[in-house]
Design a protein around this ligand. Structure first.
Ligand code: SF4
Ligand code: SF4
Length: 404
């Protein structure tokens, strides 16, 4: 009996193939745009004939070199991203012709000032509230300013037809990924959180959207087969865990891995590697596609938004739909926005949903592995014995509003 989809390996080892694809396309004159965040509008990049690739640093190795310039008490994701750039050890960074940054958190936006010394970097200024008067108008102008930068960098004008096509393709990718994420909402969970992460992570550096769509469809067909046979990598009584907070990925998946090693099943990751933003689509029928893109991206529920009501609503939906037993909230050290917002998330989970909640603050290192293991083991044990409403709905529907 097949326990995993055959094509899972294509996601797990996709990096080398993606690099080959990039190199071929660069030989044909296509430009590569390095991006660092969900707020980078990939439709705009692609409509100008460029290839967007994610450059977020997920490994500890380059951090020491980053600390020669950046302060040590900075989030590891920022330091790792900069470390890769300054040591030129990330092939995707080397391949990038231009970089796109956004003023999300303070550390990131100040780091971009240094990155801009290495490669041409365009910084998008982000409003910090979805509902603020003028926020959409301001962000729409930023989207147009980015489009101009990309047009100048690629020498290719972005016309509305190309843009509409890219909107359609990228919506399709989001819908397929969203469907894939929901395999874990089933009572019998057919895939581990670690394997699901390796699938989800490829959304940030797939090169040819049409090939990527075919691969996602192949994966769905194989997963349907596995799910129909009732296979699960987990014990039936494994607590169903929602992992939220700072982004994770290959190289910094230690908390996800520990949860599953300790007997929990991570059935959903709400973070940027996971489902955040997947259900936000760009309106394909809008008259102004640039404005439609601005509207969609402004709604991304990142902790840099204040208040971040969208995240609370998303968490409430996930808890219910994925039948969550407990929530683990991960903040990278010195990530003030996710760290502070953890109190709000804890209130929502414990008081609004009556579910156990664990906040973990850590970095990319391994020195706290055993300490974390002990905490997670104790938390999962408590979750097993605490009678909670699995997938509880919010007790207080006004809670997210009252958290304003
Ligand atoms: S957590 Fe926020 S700043 Fe970080 S990648 Fe996601 S959207 Fe961007
Ligand atoms: S994890 Fe936090 S501090 Fe680090 S880049 Fe993302 S929002 Fe900024």
């Amino acid at each position: 009996m097949k326990l995993k989809p055959d094509c899972l390996e294509k996601f797990q080892n996709g990096g080398e193939r993606f690099l080959l694809d990039i190199s071929e396309l660069q030989d044909k004159g296509q430009k590569v745009a390095g991006i660092y965040c969900l707020f980078a509008p990939v439709e705009i990049v692609r409509a100008a004939g460029a290839i967007p690739v994610s450059l977020c640093g997920k490994k500890e190795k380059p951090i020491a070199d980053a600390e020669k310039t950046l302060p040590a008490n900075l989030c590891p994701l920022i330091k790792s991203s900069y470390g890769y750039a300054v040591t030129d050890t990330c092939p995707f960074f080397s391949a990038s012709d231009i970089l796109i940054g956004e003023t999300t958190c303070d550390g990131k936006k100040k780091m971009y000032e240094f990155l801009g010394r290495i490669k041409p970097l365009h910084l998008m200024h982000l409003p910090y509230s979805v509902d603020q008067p003028g926020a959409l108008r301001f962000w729409h102008e930023e989207i147009l300013r980015l489009a101009k930068f990309i047009e100048e960098s690629t020498g290719q004008r972005i016309d509305n037809d190309h843009l509409r096509f890219q909107i359609h393709i990228n919506n399709k990718i989001r819908k397929l990924l969203s469907r894939i994420s929901r395999f874990q909402a089933a009572e019998v969970i057919p895939i581990s959180g670690l394997d699901m992460m390796s699938v989800m992570e490829t959304k940030s550096f797939s090169v040819t959207p049409e090939d990527y769509i075919s691969l996602l469809q192949e994966f769905i067909a194989q997963m349907e087969d596995i799910a129909a046979r009732g296979f699960s990598p987990f014990e039936p009584e494994a607590p169903r865990i929602l992992l939220t907070g700072s982004p994770v990925g290959k190289g910094c998946e230690k908390v996800l891995q520990l949860i599953e090693e300790c007997g929990g099943a991570v059935v959903c990751m709400e973070n940027c590697t996971g489902v955040k933003g997947l259900d936000l689509l760009v309106d394909e029928r809008a008259k102004d596609p640039f404005l439609a893109i601005a509207r969609r991206y402004l709604q991304i529920p990142c902790s840099c938004m204040s208040p971040n009501i969208g995240r609370m609503a998303l968490l409430g939906n996930i808890i219910s739909e994925f039948h969550i037993d407990a929530v683990v909230d991960l903040s990278w050290q010195c990530c003030h926005t996710y760290n502070i917002e953890s109190r709000v998330v804890g209130d929502l989970v414990e008081n609004g949903c009556n579910l156990p909640f664990l906040h973990i603050e850590t970095d990319y290192g391994s020195s706290d592995l055993e300490q974390l293991r002990t905490r997670i083991e104790a938390f999962l044990e408590m979750t097993r014995w605490q009678p909670t409403g699995r997938g509880a709905k919010l007790n207080d529907p006004d809670l997210t509003r009252s958290l304003k």
